[in-house]
Design a binder for this molecule. Structure first.
Ligand code: SF4
Length: 363
């Protein structure tokens, strides 16, 4: 049955009124996921919330949290004549320590944009004298497809395909976030990641930190309802993991996708921009499939990492500051001339604040 725009408006007004009724003190709620950040800006949800409710962006944009050291490694590989780099498009313009993949591409490096990791296998098959390195960046949402590509490479006997993994796991990052001094009253959890891992991996938020959290979908009403569910928990003094996005994210997640991930990857400590090294938060190709792991098989000299001067991406990703608190925002740093990763990706908090307006920088 179709829902009329009048019904949608009525429902949005109901959530908005109820949130205002329940809130009796300032609340800091974090939307962990970059897709939520963009949806919140696009739909004008902030205007429907009382001033006491502050929504802050979190570390859920995979490109944003990928470290400079990883980028520098990818750039170093791209300088080798016998290497083809395959990557999703949004990695191209992220500045590394002294260059970016787009600059290297303009200089002649063979860097190709793919829309699925599997395309890398076709490229490898068509270029047998080259080493094809796929930049595997993303959370639990994209790791299963990259893992399936490794399995397909093994099945097909492809021996010139490699993965440079920067895959990251969201729950350990949330634990790290809650363990430091950032005050958060509640979390909106990423719907896509939750569709893979389910509800269980988040239980520590309620148990260890007494932080309520709600898995949320991506429509404006999904997000508004999830905020309402959070505010209701807070008003009742509860801290539970709830799921607003049951139509897609089942409580048990997607066991098949998790199985494929486990078949190919092992957990390792890894570096997050802004959060530093987080124990058990990264994925690397495991021993059985190590021949597909770029860093284990292909030597490369990587320049020392230099972080962009004045960039507050780390603080933005921890919810410590807003993008507009960075002195470079909108002046030296803009989407067409980004200094930090949060201004590059469409899901980056700085890019969202810039594109959709924050009061200080109207559209
Ligand atoms: S505005 Fe630019 S330089 Fe400042 S934190 Fe954001 S990405 Fe970094």
């Amino acid at each position: 049955m179709m829902t009329s725009s009048k019904d949608l408006k009525r429902t949005a007004n109901f959530f908005s009124r109820e949130i205002s009724r329940l809130v009796d003190r300032p609340l800091r709620l974090m939307e962990v996921c970059g897709t939520h950040t963009v949806a919140i800006f696009k739909s004008g949800i902030r205007q429907l919330l009382p001033l006491e409710v502050e929504l802050v962006s979190g570390p859920g944009c995979p490109v944003c949290v990928t470290s400079n050291a990883y980028l520098d490694t990818a750039i170093a590989y791209s300088r080798q004549d016998d290497v083809i780099i395959t990557t999703f498009g949004d990695m191209l313009r992220v500045p590394g320590s002294s260059s970016s993949l787009s600059v290297q591409k303009a200089k002649g490096a063979d860097i190709r944009i793919v829309y699925s990791p599997l395309e890398s296998l076709d490229i490898a098959a068509a270029n047998t004298t080259k080493k094809v390195i796929f930049l595997a960046v993303g959370f639990e949402t994209t790791a299963p497809t990259a893992a399936a590509t490794v399995l397909a490479a093994a099945d097909a006997g492809v021996d010139n395909f490699y993965v440079l993994s920067a895959h990251k796991l969201v729950p350990p990052a949330l634990r790290a976030l809650c363990s430091n001094d950032v005050h958060l009253d509640g979390l909106l959890l990423p719907g896509h990641v939750s569709a893979i891992i389910g509800e269980m991996p988040y239980q520590f938020l309620a148990g260890d930190f007494a932080v309520p959290a709600v898995i949320a979908g991506f429509e404006a009403l999904d997000i508004l309802q999830a905020v309402y569910m959070l505010v209701k928990q807070i008003a009742a003094g509860k801290a539970e993991i709830e799921n607003q996005y049951r139509r897609i994210a089942r409580s048990e997640g997607n066991p098949d996708a998790c199985m494929v991930m486990k078949q190919v990857y092992e957990v390792e400590d890894t570096v997050w921009r802004g959060l530093g090294v987080i124990s058990g938060s990264g994925l690397r190709v495991n021993g059985k499939y190590r021949r597909f792991d770029a860093t284990s098989n292909l030597t490369v000299e990587v320049e020392p990492t230099v972080e962009p001067c004045g960039c507050l991406c780390g603080e933005v990703l921890r919810g410590v500051v807003k993008p507009v608190d960075c002195s470079l925002f909108g002046e030296a740093c803009r989407p067409e001339q980004p200094i930090g990763s949060c201004m590059v990706s469409l899901e980056g908090a700085c890019a969202a604040w810039y594109r959709y307006g924050s009061g200080r920088w109207p559209i």
